[in-house]
Design a protein around this ligand. Structure first.
Ligand SMILES: [Fe+2]
Length: 187
């Protein structure tokens, strides 16, 4: 195995681990989501991710490699942060905003990984492999756009409205205990 194939194989193994971790994280996210479109969007992407994992297996096979035990530390960090953020909130509008923030961070990481891998594959003359990775890259980009759309049209406004309504009430009743509608879990 030459250095080019070795590096590409390593990156594919890393992506394989990343997708497996992302899949588990999305499972938790769908349970935590309240907004129906957000829930459906994540569920749809979970199905896509299963296909993406198969593509990575195919890609590794083409290069004569196997998934192996490599752990993607970057995704581990992203998932750890997402899990921590999620544990700080109750289900509700703010949780949905937090879920989108975490999900988009994950998608952006994946976009970076697949963009680089697809380009390297093409540069090395693996046109078919480049195309295969390009398909996943497109799905990740579309998911990112979809998350922005859900944030813009549903989730952000619902939460901001709720926070402002609550703070308005508090100002009106001269309540000193300002929660700000954040629905933060009491520690
Ligand atoms: Fe993704």
């Amino acid at each position: 195995m030459d250095d080019i194939t070795k590096l590409m194989t390593d990156q594919l193994k890393d992506a394989y681990s990343a997708e497996k971790q992302a899949l588990r994280a999305m499972q938790k996210m769908t349970k935590a989501a309240s907004n129906e479109k957000l829930k459906q969007g994540i569920q749809m992407h979970m199905e896509q991710t299963e296909g993406q994992i198969e593509r990575l297996e195919q890609a590794l096979d083409q290069l004569g490699g196997k998934p192996g035990r490599k752990v993607c530390e970057a995704m581990r960090g992203l998932v750890e942060e997402a899990t921590h953020e999620m544990s700080e909130h109750e289900k509700g509008t703010m949780m949905d905003v937090v879920l989108i923030a975490a999900a988009q961070r994950i998608e952006h990481y994946e976009i970076a990984a697949y963009g680089t891998m697809a380009t390297l594959a093409k540069s090395a003359g693996h046109a078919q492999l480049g195309e295969l990775l390009g398909k996943t890259l497109d799905e990740e980009k579309r998911m990112d756009i979809e998350l922005s759309r859900i944030a813009e049209t549903e989730v952000n406004s619902a939460w901001i409205k709720e926070v402002r309504a609550e703070s308005g009430e508090q100002t009106g009743s001269a309540n000193e205990n300002k929660g700000g509608g954040s629905r933060k879990k009491a520690s």
